[in-house]
Design a protein around this ligand. Structure first.
Ligand SMILES: [Mn+2]
Length: 358
C-alpha cells in the first residue's frame, strides 16, 4: 500500500464521518496499491475502514502477488462476490461507494441492507488524487518529456501523402519507440477546417498548402498521462491565420502566468478567456480552459468559469485555450502545468513559436 496516500484518504473519511469505503476504479486502486488490475465486468473492490481494515476482493483470474498491508479475498466465477462483501462491510455504519461502481452491485448491497447508509465516496479520493506527491510529479514530468519529443518528431513527419488517420498510426509507432505504453486518449490530428471541430475524429483528409494542423496528443508512461496540443501550418500561413495563432498563444501564456497557489480555477479560465474576448473572438472559444490530469487523462477538477476552488501546490492540469472558426480554421495550444509552492512550472517544453512546416 502507498501508506501516505491512504492516510490522507482515511483522515478525510474521519472528517466526513464516512468510516468505511468501497473503491473500485482501477485508477484509484492503482493509486493506493501500485497494482493496475483491469477486471472487466468482474467485481474488483478495495474495502478500507478507518479502523485500519483493508481488504481487496478479487477474482482468481487476476494474478496479483501479495499487496503489503492488504488482505486479499479471492473468489471464483461460480461464487457470489456480493455475499463475501456483505460479510466484510459493517452494516451498522455508513458506506462510501465509488461513483462508477456498477449499479447492479450497489443495488444488491442496498437490498440486503449491507450498510447503515450509502454515499458517494469518490470525491474524497478524487480530491486527494488532485494533489500529486513527489513520486507522481516525477512520473508526470517523465511522461510529458516523452510527449515533447513525440511532438517534435510527428511534426517533422507531416506530408501531403498522409491522411489524418495515417498520422495517428504513425503517432502510435513514435510513442512506442519513445518508451510510452500507448496513447492516453485517442489522438486528434486535424487539417484545415477539420480543426474547427475541437473533437474532430481523424479521417482520410490530406494536408494542403496553407492548412493549419492541430496535433492534440498524449501518451501513458508508467500509468501517468501526458496531453499537449500544438497547431502548426503547412508550407505557408495567411496573415489572418497568423493573427488567430498569436492570439491563442497569448491566451495560453497569460493563463499560465496567472497560475500560483491560492488563485481560483475560474480566474485562470478568465485570464485566457479575456485575451480572446477582448480581441472579439470570445464566442469562438467554446470550451473550458483545461482539466486536471494524472493517472487518468481527465482527472477530477477542471479549469472552467464555474470552478471557484483555489489551486494548490502539487496540482497538475492543462491550459488549452482555442479558437474555432467554422469552415476555416481551428487553433489550440495546450500545455500541462504544475502548481509549485511559489508559482507554476510548465511541464511541456516544446516551442509555442509559430511553426511553418516546409
Ligand atoms: Mn487536454
Amino acid at each position: 500500500m502507498k501508506q501516505q496516500r491512504l492516510n490522507k484518504i482515511l483522515q478525510e473519511m474521519e472528517r466526513q464521518n464516512i468510516p468505511q469505503m468501497l473503491i473500485s476504479s482501477p485508477a484509484s486502486i492503482f493509486y493506493l496499491t501500485g497494482k493496475w488490475i483491469e477486471p472487466g465486468e468482474r467485481m474488483l473492490t478495495l474495502y478500507i475502514n478507518t479502523n485500519g481494515d483493508k481488504k481487496l476482493l478479487i477474482n482468481e483470474l487476476f494474478p496479483v502477488n501479495a499487496i503489503e498491508g492488504v488482505e486479499l479475498i479471492w473468489y471464483k466465477d461460480t461464487d457470489e462476490p456480493i455475499g463475501r462483501l456483505i460479510n466484510i462491510v459493517d452494516k451498522t455504519k455508513v458506506l462510501g461507494v465509488d461513483k462508477f461502481w456498477p449499479a447492479h452491485f450497489l443495488i444488491k448491497l442496498m437490498e440486503r441492507n449491507a450498510a447503515a447508509g450509502f454515499v458517494n465516496g469518490s470525491p474524497i479520493i478524487d480530491r486527494t488524487r488532485m494533489i500529486k506527491d513527489a513520486e507522481e510529479i516525477q512520473l508526470m514530468k517523465d511522461s510529458s518529456r516523452i510527449n515533447d519529443s513525440v511532438m517534435e518528431e510527428v511534426i517533422k513527419t507531416l506530408s501531403e501523402e498522409y491522411s489524418e488517420k495515417k498520422m495517428v498510426n504513425i503517432l502510435a509507432e513514435i510513442y512506442e519507440n519513445k518508451g510510452a505504453d500507448g496513447f492516453s486518449f485517442s489522438p486528434i490530428v486535424a487539417y484545415g477546417a477539420n480543426a474547427a471541430d475541437p473533437h474532430h475524429d481523424s479521417d482520410s483528409s490530406k494536408v494542403q498548402k496553407g492548412n493549419n494542423v492541430i496535433f492534440d496528443i498524449g501518451g501513458v508512461r508508467k500509468h501517468y498521462c501526458s496531453d499537449m496540443t500544438r497547431t502548426v501550418f503547412y508550407k505557408e500561413v495567411s496573415d489572418e491565420h497568423k493573427a488567430v495563432y498569436n492570439l491563442v498563444r497569448e491566451a495560453n501564456l497569460t493563463a499560465i502566468d496567472k497560475v500560483k497557489p491560492g488563485v481560483r480555477f475560474c480566474d485562470i479560465d478568465k485570464a485566457a478567456r479575456d485575451v480572446i474576448e477582448n480581441a472579439g473572438y470570445g464566442k469562438y472559444f467554446t470550451h473550458r480552459t483545461g482539466h486536471s490530469i494524472g493517472i487518468e487523462v481527465h482527472d477530477f477538477g477542471d479549469v472552467s468559469s464555474v470552478n471557484t476552488e483555489e489551486v494548490a501546490p502539487g496540482m497538475i492540469f492543462s491550459i488549452e485555450p482555442g479558437i474555432y472558426l467554422s469552415g476555416d480554421i481551428g487553433v489550440r495550444i495546450e500545455d500541462l502545468v504544475l502548481v509549485t509552492e511559489t508559482g507554476v512550472e510548465v511541464l511541456n517544453k516544446f516551442t509555442k513559436d509559430l511553426i511553418i512546416v516546409k
